[in-house]
Design a protein around this ligand. Structure first.
Ligand SMILES: O=C(O)COP(=O)(O)O
Length: 211
């Protein structure tokens, strides 16, 4: 199923007529599996449920407290990386997009060591990767815009593919197309995304429809 949502904001209606010339992917839950237990991590660092974990850590009052909290997050991320697996259909999809000469990159909220381990271990054939060590974390659009600049593409010609609200928000903040990957239950924020794919076979077809 390809879905083009009716709920697009004003800049989007112009933007979605643009060709898709580059694709940026989220990592966890999109290209590779992730079992990060954010509830447990929040409890261990004392982060309230409604607050963003990275923002909470950044505003802790001392460097020592920030480092202690970040060490806990790093431990969870490295353990998660060791167990990560490529998600179904990803390999074939990336091959097809590569054959179509679509440049691809990854922007993730992971820290760099965990991202590197996941990508190597799962043989993800994408070398242009930005983590939260390289650019402010999503939903900040900086990482996405950095990639578009490297490709010399205008943001509306790029699409960001992810599985979470932050991914859609980052795409919107960058004025890029958003594509939500929803393999299971439709989340409440799905209507915010320009496109929805239920499996990775749909992605090359979506790109073809806009090239
Ligand atoms: O580690 C996270 O917070 C999520 O990582 P992601 O950006 O690859 O989904």
């Amino acid at each position: 199923m390809l879905q083009l949502n009716a709920q697009v904001c004003s800049y989007s209606s112009t933007m979605i007529q643009q060709k898709i010339k580059g694709i940026i992917f989220d990592l966890d839950g999109t290209l590779v599996s992730s079992e990060l237990d954010f509830q447990l991590i929040r409890a261990q660092v004392g982060c309230p449920r409604e607050q963003d974990l990275l923002e909470f850590i950044a505003q802790l009052p001392s460097p020592y407290m920030r480092q202690e909290a970040m060490n806990i997050v790093h431990q969870h991320e490295m353990l998660d990386a060791q167990n990560a697996q490529l998600l179904p259909g990803v390999s074939h999809c990336l091959k097809r997009l590569s054959d179509m000469q679509i440049p691809m990159a990854i922007v993730t909220r992971n820290f760099s060591r965990a991202a590197k381990l996941k990508i190597e271990q799962c043989n993800v054939p994408i070398s242009l990767v930005l983590t939260r060590d390289d650019a402010p974390a999503k939903p900040d659009p900086s990482g996405l815009l950095d990639i578009a600049k490297q490709w010399q593409l205008s943001p509306p010609h790029c699409m960001y593919v992810g599985d979470y609200l932050y991914d859609i928000q980052a795409a919107h903040n960058a004025k890029m197309r958003s594509c939500l990957y929803v393999p299971e239950d439709m989340p409440h924020f799905a209507s915010e995304s320009h496109h929805i794919i239920r499996n990775f076979d749909e992605l090359p077809e979506l790109v073809k429809a806009f090239t």
